[in-house]
Ligand binder design. Structure first.
Ligand code: ASP
Length: 343
C-alpha cells in the first residue's frame, strides 16, 4: 500500500523525436520543441492534478540516441525517483523507443513506473498523436496499479512491457505491438487498466559508464554465403544472429559461426518478429540443434535487437558464458525467472 502524499509527482524527460519536431528551413521537420512546450499542448493535463516536472534532456532524433544517452538517462531517472518522484515519463523518437525502453528496463530496479512514449504523427499534422500519448503516459506513471511492472511503453492507449514491445509499422499510429503475449493493458476513458502482469523482473546491475562492448546483429538470408561474417571476432565482442524461422541458417554459414562462437559469444535469435527460437527439434546442418551444439546461445522469445541489448548489458558487468546462458534462458522464456543470474 502506498502512503498517500497528495498529488502524484511525475518527472518528464524530453529526448526529442517526432513528438517534439517542428518544420525547419528548407523543408521537413526536426527535433525542436522543449518538454515544457509539449506539456503546454496537452489538453486536460493540468486538470489531472498531477504535479509534473519537466527535464529538457536531449533534442535528438531517435536514431541518434546512443548508449551514453540511455545510461545518463537511467542515472537521471534513478535520481528523480530517489528524490521522491512517484513515476517517470520519457518522451522520445519512436525509431529506437523499444530499445531505449528495454535497456532502461534492464537497469530499472525500483517499483516506480517508468513509462516511455512518443508519437507517430508529428505536431504539424491533423491527428497528431503526441498529446494523447503524453497524457496517457503521465496517467500510467501516476497510477499505483502500474508499480512493479518495470519499464512500460504507452502509445495509442495501450500499455506494453518494455521487454516485449516492438515497432511493427513504420508510419501507423498503432505501430507499437507486443507480438509475444499482447499488451499488458489499456487506457479506458483515460484510466489505466492493467490486465496482465509480467512474470518476474530481469534487472542487470548498471555499470558505472555506458556499455562498451561492440555487439552486432547479422541477419541470415536466402542464398546467404556468410560474407558479413568474415573477421567478425576481430571487430566485435559479441554477435547476434537474426536467423530464419526457429533458428536456422544456410549450411554454408555454419562452420564460420562455429569458429566465431569459439572466440566471442554468439546468440541465436529469430528474424521472424514473434515466437521463440527452438532448441531441440530440427537436426539438419544449420538447424537450431546443430548451432546450439556448436555453442551458440538461444535467445528464446527475445528478438534480435533485444538480444543484442541484453548481451551488451551483461558483458558490461563481466558476465561469463555460464551467466550469459542463464540470462538468455530466463529472459528468453526457456526457464523460470528464478534462473536469472542477477537477483
Ligand atoms: N519517426 C521517428 C519518431 O517517431 C523519428 C525519431 O525516432 O526521432 O519519433
Amino acid at each position: 500500500m502506498i502512503e498517500h502524499r497528495g498529488a502524484p509527482r511525475i518527472v518528464l524527460f524530453g529526448l526529442g523525436g517526432t513528438i517534439a519536431m517542428a518544420p525547419v528551413e528548407g523543408g521537413g521537420i526536426a527535433p525542436a520543441l522543449s518538454p515544457a512546450q509539449l506539456v503546454a499542448a496537452v489538453p486536460g493535463l493540468a486538470e489531472t492534478g498531477i504535479d509534473l516536472e519537466v527535464v529538457d534532456f536531449r533534442r535528438l532524433p531517435g536514431a541518434s540516441l546512443g548508449f551514453a544517452d540511455v545510461h545518463a538517462l537511467s542515472v537521471a531517472v534513478d535520481a528523480a525517483l530517489a528524490d521522491g518522484a512517484d513515476g517517470v515519463v520519457v518522451a522520445q523518437g519512436t525509431d529506437t523507443l523499444e530499445e531505449t525502453a528495454y535497456l532502461l528496463d534492464l537497469w530499472h530496479r525500483g517499483p516506480q513506473p517508468v513509462v516511455v512514449t512518443g508519437a507517430m504523427r508529428n505536431p504539424t499534422l491533423a491527428g497528431h498523436d503526441g498529446p494523447a500519448n503524453l497524457l496517457a503516459a503521465v496517467r500510467v506513471a501516476a497510477d499505483p496499479g502500474a508499480r512493479d511492472l518495470g519499464v512500460v511503453v504507452v502509445l495509442a492507449d495501450e500499455i506494453h512491457a518494455a521487454r516485449r514491445v516492438r515497432k511493427t509499422h513504420s508510419t501507423g499510429v498503432g505501430a507499437f505491438t507486443s507480438p509475444n503475449g499482447g499488451p499488458l493493458g489499456y487506457l479506458v476513458a483515460g484510466r489505466p487498466c492493467v490486465l496482465h502482469r509480467p512474470d518476474g523482473r530481469f534487472g542487470v546491475p548498471r555499470p558505472a559508464g555506458p556499455p562498451g562492448a561492440r555487439v552486432g546483429v547479422v541477419t541470415a538470408t536466402l542464398g546467404d554465403r556468410g560474407e558479413l561474417l568474415h573477421g567478425v571476432e576481430e571487430r566485435l565482442d559479441g554477435l547476434v544472429v537474426a536467423a530464419m524461422g526457429v533458428g536456422h541458417v544456410p549450411e554454408v554459414m555454419v562452420a564460420r559461426l562455429h569458429e566465431i562462437g569459439g572466440a566471442i559469444p554468439v546468440v541465436l535469435s529469430s528474424r521472424t518478429g514473434a515466437g521463440p527460437v527452438l532448441t531441440d527439434t530440427y537436426a539438419f546442418p544449420g538447424s537450431e540443434r546443430d548451432l546450439l551444439a556448436r555453442g551458440l546461445v538461444p535467445a528464446g522469445f527475445l528478438d534480435p535487437v533485444r538480444a543484442r541489448l541484453l548481451l551488451c548489458a551483461a558483458l558490461a558487468v563481466g558476465a561469463d558464458r555460464g551467466a550469459l546462458a542463464a540470462a538468455f534462458a530466463a529472459a528468453g522464456g526457456y526457464t523460470s525467472p528464478e534462473g536469472w543470474p542477477w537477483r
